[in-house]
Design a protein around this ligand. Structure first.
Ligand SMILES: [Zn+2]
Length: 450
């Protein structure tokens, strides 16, 4: 089947190319540029700067990319984590594009008559209408239905496009996982090439998710220079480097070129099960012999947690079976929990686990901020805050050996000087709007970096 694109709108003169390399730390890229392992990124960044950039809290891909694409904080875009909860009736769900509460860059550009091509960015599934083409990110379930326009799915299918690498292989068969990562990246690259060439885009964004996937399962092997996987790990990043070089070369001089990641990575020292910790202290009571999540909590529960480090009161008048009265009692419990969380230590070496506990209202503003967790616990790097229930202990070393870090995302912008010292992924949307000769929206929280 041949698909015919609408080419009705005139191109603007300013165009922007964004390549996202999910979860690739700035320090890692710097190190391997210097070591000669990433020759394309070396020549790209020569004469420019590969900046270190802050992520968001919590530093989760869905939250970070939602912040990137809207330029607003989670209290305005409404994506607070990889999972979220509806308080009443109580239920757990995976937030996706349907829940997005703010305008994305591609909404804004589409409305302005500019054409977009957006490939695989998290929280873009199910695909919304755009002026151009959009391929949904990792929550897409079916290649045939993952794109706008819908008909484009059939073509992607013909190209053997893959939505995501298979995380089960990361757990069970690392050799097969590597193969899968290489193939998935290759298919994505092939689709991106075709779209780049034939679509009349003003804004093009290609998102590489495989970097996050490899880091989750192999970051420790990389860091410890495991002889079995270290070279292959760097070989994979060599492929990503080639991809960056290719799109850099394809991008014309009058077009902006941006490479960024949404957070850094570090080795997991321990997973920490906050719901188990809450249960041990009597704040959470689960029902049944085999509760699967906090959806199975008893109505006497006073608090519960969702990944990573989000703690909610079981509040009367908000949660379906709320047990904690609003007002002084809720306030006292919030303070009690915050203080107790800060005292958590690793049973093996006594290290502190939580660096900071932040109240919702100190972190978020906007229409949806009251939907966020009451407290957000921010761990020291290495302690991965989980929400699994009924764990045999509060801390454990599991299959996921890499975790996200807040301070070590990366940003490169071709031929642009960034003057601000301390900036974050929230500043990208207003910056990109400026590059497209548009004024950032007044509701945006980020500041233009250019
Ligand atoms: Zn990410």
């Amino acid at each position: 089947m041949k698909f015919f694109f609408n080419k009705g709108n005139a191109r603007t003169t300013r165009r922007v190319v964004v390549i996202g390399i999910d979860g690739t730390p700035q320090t890692f890229l710097k190190k391997h540029i210097a070591a000669g392992d990433l020759p394309h990124l070396k020549r790209i960044t020569d004469g420019g700067q590969l900046h270190q950039m802050n992520s968001v809290q919590p530093c989760i891909s869905s939250v970070a990319w939602s912040t990137f694409m809207t330029g607003v904080n989670p209290g305005k875009h409404r994506i607070f984590g990889f999972v979220d909860r509806k308080p009443n009736p109580f239920g757990i769900f995976l937030p996706n594009a349907i829940h997005m509460g703010a305008k994305t860059l591609w909404d804004i550009f589409s409305e302005a008559g500019k054409r977009v091509a957006v490939i695989n960015v998290p929280v873009t599934s199910p695909p919304k209408e755009v002026n151009g083409i959009l391929i949904g990110g990792f929550l897409s379930v079916d290649v045939l239905k993952c794109a706008y326009p819908r008909e484009f799915g059939a073509e992607l299918k013909q190209w053997d496009y893959r939505i995501d690498a298979d995380a089960n292989l990361g757990r069970n068969d690392k050799e097969a996982f590597f193969e899968d990562l290489f193939v998935t990246l290759d298919r994505r690259l092939e689709a991106a090439r075709r779209i780049f060439e034939r679509e009349p885009w003003d804004f093009f964004q290609l998102h590489v998710m495989e970097t996050d996937r490899i880091n989750h399962f192999l970051w420790e092997h990389y860091e410890k220079e495991d002889p079995k996987y270290h070279a292959r790990f760097l070989e994979f990043y060599g492929k990503v480097d080639e991809l960056l070089g290719e799109f850099y070369d394809r991008t014309k001089d009058d077009t902006e070129f941006i490479v960024l990641s949404d957070h850094g990575f570090c080795t997991v020292k321990k997973e920490v099960y906050l719901n188990q910790w809450l249960e041990d202290r009597g704040y959470l009571k689960l029902t049944g012999d085999q509760p699967r999540s906090v959806a199975d909590m008893d109505s006497s529960s006073r608090a519960y947690s969702l990944i990573p480090g989000r703690v909610f009161l079981n509040l009367e008048g908000r949660e379906q079976n709320g047990a904690v009265p609003k007002g002084a009692e809720a306030e006292a419990l919030t303070n009690e929990l915050a203080e107790a969380l800060l005292t958590m230590t690793d049973p093996d070496d006594g290290s502190r686990i939580i660096e900071q506990v932040v109240r919702r209202d100190d972190l978020y503003t906007g229409l949806y901020s009251q939907e966020a967790a009451d407290l957000i616990a921010i761990p020291y790097d290495g302690y991965d805050l989980k929400a699994n229930v009924r764990q045999p202990s509060i801390t454990f070393k599991g299959d996921l050996v890499g975790m996200h870090t807040f301070w070590d995302a990366a940003l490169y912008v071709k031929d642009r000087q960034i003057q601000i010292d301390d900036f974050g992924i929230i500043d990208l949307a207003p910056s990109i709007m400026k590059m497209m000769d548009m004024e950032p929206l007044p509701e945006m929280d980020g500041r233009s970096l250019i």
